[in-house]
Design a protein around this ligand. Structure first.
Ligand SMILES: Nc1ncnc2c1ncn2[C@@H]1O[C@H](COP(=O)(O)OP(=O)(O)OP(=O)(O)O)[C@@H](O)[C@H]1O
Ligand SMILES: [Mg+2]
Length: 399
């Protein structure tokens, strides 16, 4: 699906970003973290911020971290700045002192300074941090600068240190630093530094939540009360990426019965790919419990997920904590009952399991559910024990 031409919703967030741009014009440095789960719209909002800043005559430099470039020191900053500094008048850079230029020469291919030995700069990050601060001040001397660094949860460690240093001691001139990230996937050190900066008031946080029903309908270009829009919303939980992908899934269009919601609709390939990427973060036991949970149901009881995963409950509980931390599953009002982040997440996980394993996992869960029911029935007064049993939750299949 082509990107929705119009940005939908996000009114409060845009107002906050516009305000940050106005502050920037007043010459005040500031920093914002734009956080939310995969597919919620961080990159899209950063693009909108870039367009708005550009329209106001600001310099916008954008870079993003990537899973594959985690070993390249300062990659995110190089990505954002290198092309730009390669193209500017060298005299602007000559205004910076020689030591600073030498440091920058170690970092940016555009300024490569072969006469400086590698050991001199790269291993002394604080000097590089200082040099980058000077560079940003230099670039921002003529026009306000927006430095937008996306996917920062994947940033290499030198970029993380540099961002933390810039938060602690922001550039003097008008620089707005914006970090886009999935908060549950941040390295601990960065999460702690961001939290500290947030508490100190040097970093503001914009947290993107799901779109509401009306916004989702608008994104899908559907009329009010369109049953398909309602169905897609329920399945996606208002996540724009899931919404878009589900809307284009084959066999979806025009089918809106409840049966179709649960039956036979394949997980869109892009959603499966995005989830696969998230699942690579999991330890082996967490992955097993997640698969067990996909078999157990949504919501699911820990006991049944553990049984389906063929894992002792205390181990399953540890694994579950990992799943909660990464926001793949969430708590419910019931103490030992959990649910998937969105129904589509359960279906995607379910689909990744092998058919043979799935059968035995369903059987294990069903057996535990039967035992639990029998125990419950025995504990009840005889008259009620004659009532018809509830549905066996361990038997439910998502598709
Ligand atoms: N407010 C919105 N209005 C219209 N389309 C949106 C909106 N938010 C997101 N989208 C669309 O939803 C999809 C996912 O958004 P986006 O790529 O920005 O998510 P993200 O938060 O950056 O995800 P990730 O963490 O995976 O990078 C994109 O196609 C984007 O254009
Ligand atoms: Mg993104």
């Amino acid at each position: 699906m082509p990107r929705a031409a119009q940005l939908v919703g996000r009114t409060a967030e845009l107002a906050a970003l516009d305000e940050a741009l106005s502050e920037l014009e007043r010459g005040r440095p500031s920093a914002i973290e734009l956080v939310g789960p995969a597919g919620i719209g961080k990159t899209r909002l950063l693009a909108e911020l870039g367009a708005r800043a550009d329209a106001r005559g600001h310099l916008v430099l954008s870079g993003s971290a990537s899973e594959l470039e985690r070993d390249l020191p300062f990659w995110v900053f190089v990505d954002a700045l290198d092309d730009y500094i390669a193209g500017i008048d060298p005299r602007r850079l000559e205004r910076m002192d020689e030591a600073v230029r030498a440091e920058l020469g170690q970092m940016f291919p555009a300024l490569s300074a072969p006469q400086v030995s590698a050991s001199q700069a790269l291993h002394e990050r604080y000097r590089t941090q200082r040099a980058v601060r000077v560079l940003l001040e230099q670039l921002a001397a003529t026009q306000p600068l927006v430095l937008a660094l996306d996917d920062f949860h994947w940033a290499d460690s030198a970029s993380v240190d540099l961002a933390v240093a810039l938060l602690r001691r922001p550039p003097a001139a008008g620089v707005l630093l914006v970090l886009g990230a999935r908060p549950r996937q941040l390295p601990e050190r960065l999460a702690a530094a961001l939290e500290r900066a947030h508490r100190d008031g040097t970093l503001s946080r914009i947290e993107l939540g799901p779109l509401n029903r009306e916004e989702a309908r608008e994104l899908l270009g559907r009329r009010a009360e369109d049953p398909l829009a309602v169905e897609l919303y329920d399945e996606s939980g208002g996540n724009p990426f899931y919404l878009e992908q589900l809307a284009r899934a084959p066999g979806r269009r025009g089918t809106a019965s409840a049966e179709v919601t649960l039956g036979g609709v394949e997980v869109p390939p892009m959603v499966a790919a995005a989830l696969t990427e998230e699942l690579t973060l999991l330890s082996e036991p967490a992955r097993r419990v997640l698969e067990g949970a996909a078999v157990a149901g949504d919501p699911f009881e820990l006991e049944l997920a553990a049984a389906a995963a063929a894992m002792p409950e205390p181990d399953a509980l540890d694994a579950l904590n990992e799943l909660l931390r990464l926001d793949l599953v969430r708590s419910t009002d019931m103490p030992r009952r959990f649910r998937f982040r969105h129904p589509i997440v359960r279906r995607a996980v379910y689909d990744t399991t092998r058919a043979g394993w799935r059968l035995s996992a369903h059987e294990r869960a069903a057996q535990v559910a039967r035992l639990a029911r029998r125990d419950r029935d025995r504990a009840r007064p005889p008259r009620r024990a004659l009532g018809s049993p509830g549905r066996c939750r361990g038997d439910r299949r998502p598709a």
